[in-house]
Ligand binder design. Structure first.
Ligand code: MN3
Length: 208
């Protein structure tokens, strides 16, 4: 593939205020995400990994201990590309397509049970990482958490929703109150339309 690049945010920097401030998005998107991309491009240049898709890069580098440094960079690029789209102004709550709602009810019992498990996963991820709603190998939905830049693809699972619980994602707005940030993410920011698109698209090929 050609070099990894940073897309614009899909909304204005202040669009998620007061749940996520313009200051947070400016730092997180313009500085943190860009740094992952620059480092990944530097590490990929001139190697046999040039030409692989981003999903292939995540899986290939996870399976090669010598590429542990690059794994976190390409994982974080995938994670953030989608993270910006997993949020929108006036998002969150239980407003989603019927087939996704049915799948959530079948997998978790109820939306409230999903919400509780997702927030719990984010709260209990010790240190930096992510909590996820994924399609597992059996085609069912489950909640999981991963450290650092790790992406569910490394475990044969396809993320359809993820929340960044690195401190850079919430410390300006919530200080140490990670649970409040996770509640605001689920209740006020999730872009269920984008989650639905990923759910309808099904498991990524690289997860097989
Ligand atoms: Mn981040």
């Amino acid at each position: 593939m050609s070099k990894l690049t940073l897309p614009e945010l899909p909304y204005a920097y202040d669009a998620l205020d007061p749940y996520m401030s313009a200051e947070t998005l400016e730092f997180h998107h313009d500085k943190h995400h860009l740094a992952y991309i620059d480092k990944a491009n530097e590490l990929i240049a001139g190697t046999a990994l040039e030409g692989k898709s981003l999903e292939e890069l995540v899986v290939a580098t996870f399976n090669d201990p010598a590429q542990a440094g690059l794994f976190n960079q390409v994982g974080q690029h995938w994670n953030h590309l989608h993270f910006w789209n997993w949020m929108k102004p006036n998002g969150g709550g239980q407003s989603m397509a019927g087939n996704l709602e049915t799948a959530i009810n079948e997998s978790f019992g109820s939306f409230a049970d999903f919400r509780g498990q997702f927030i719990q996963a984010g709260m209990t991820q010790f240190g930096s990482g992510w909590c996820w709603l994924v399609i597992n190998a059996e085609g069912r939905l489950e909640v999981m958490k991963t450290p650092n830049g790790e992406n569910p693809l490394a475990h044969g699972k396809t993320a359809i929703l993820g929340c960044d619980v690195w401190e850079h994602s919430y410390y300006i707005d919530y200080r140490n109150a990670r649970p409040k940030y996770l509640e605001a993410f689920v209740d006020n920011m999730v872009n269920w339309d984008y989650v639905s698109q990923m759910f309808d698209a099904g498991p990524l090929k690289a997860a097989a």
